[in-house]
Design a protein around this ligand. Structure first.
Ligand code: SF4
Ligand code: SF4
Length: 286
């Protein structure tokens, strides 16, 4: 049986599939988008968070701890009386995660479970095992930046699919996400070729992804697709990047201080169903 790492499970999602959703956030992402609102989801392994700004420097958490849950991290995760130190990431077997999801059965009857991240396809084999043990409707949010053998078999198990498409220019994609977009294009074409219905989501980050040229290029790429249900343009929701500080990272994105440029007309002119939504803020909280 396989194991995987999850960094949050949240109830009452409303936008990632039909009805109300239980959202499971898988840890690890092949991209490192400069605007990412869930930086604690980017690294695959569990990582320590610490609220330095509220720390009273009592030193309790720094006393050497040999408990197996704490020893790998060089800090005691249970000592802080104010719970200012903890871990992003919990390792589950596929049975344990499926059992936890299925324990929300009453709730899941009114919607289903959505796998998000980070990037769920990075733990594809684990998640396929989980999905086969969950009898409720399943959806997945994905950046699709993984090999097709990790992407397609998992995608085909889902009832609803939300695929991000951020930037069409390859150099700009590398600059702002750290990776080429060519595998993403291949996976979207493979999905379309398999006849699997999907939604494309475009995060409109001011000054980065929301130019007329980028939206027009995305519309042109999607114009010939047969299984595309609709495009959702997600306007940017400014956020407080405190989670970067919690994991000892700096937030350096230079995002234009203006609302997103929303061009649904560029898509509808090509016969593509297109709606504008607000990009949700940082979902998991600690
Ligand atoms: S794909 Fe999503 S989770 Fe991954 S780095 Fe980009 S915004 Fe963050
Ligand atoms: S136990 Fe809590 S208050 Fe004390 S040093 Fe550690 S984080 Fe700070």
């Amino acid at each position: 049986m396989r194991s995987g790492t999850v960094f949050d499970i949240k109830e009452l999602g409303l936008y990632d599939g039909d009805g109300i959703r239980l959202t499971v956030f898988l840890k690890g992402c092949p991209l490192s988008c400069v605007w990412c609102q869930n930086p604690e989801g980017q690294r695959m392994l569990p990582e320590v968070f610490r609220h330095e700004s509220r720390c009273r420097s009592c030193g309790r958490c720094r006393i050497p701890c040999t408990h197996p849950d704490c020893a790998p991290y060089g800090v005691c995760l249970r000592a802080c009386p104010d719970r200012l130190v903890g871990l992003y990431g919990k390792v589950y077997t596929s049975d344990a995660l499926a059992d936890e999801i299925n324990s929300y059965g009453d709730f899941l009857r009114y919607g289903g479970v959505t796998f998000s991240g980070g990037e769920p396809t990075l733990q594809s084999a684990f998640l396929r095992e989980v999905a086969e043990k969950v009898p409720y409707p399943k959806a997945m949010e994905t950046c699709a930046a993984v090999p097709e053998e990790d992407f397609l078999p998992l995608a085909l198990l889902m009832d609803d699919l939300f695929v991000d498409l951020k930037i069409m220019d390859e150099d700009a994609h590398i600059r702002y996400t750290g990776q080429s977009n060519r595998q993403i294009f291949r996976n979207i074409r493979a999905l379309d070729g398999a006849g699997k219905p999907y939604v494309i989501r475009v995060p409109l980050i001011p000054g980065i992804t929301d130019s007329d040229e980028n939206q027009d290029a995305i519309a042109a790429f999607l114009a010939g697709m047969h299984s595309l249900k609709r495009v959702e343009l997600l306007s940017y929701n400014p956020f407080t990047p405190h989670k970067y500080a919690l994991i000892g990272r700096a937030y350096t994105a230079a995002i234009a201080d203006r609302p997103s440029n929303i061009r649904t007309d560029l898509f509808t002119a090509r016969g593509i169903d297109c709606v504008a939504l607000r990009l949700r803020g940082a979902a998991p909280t600690r």
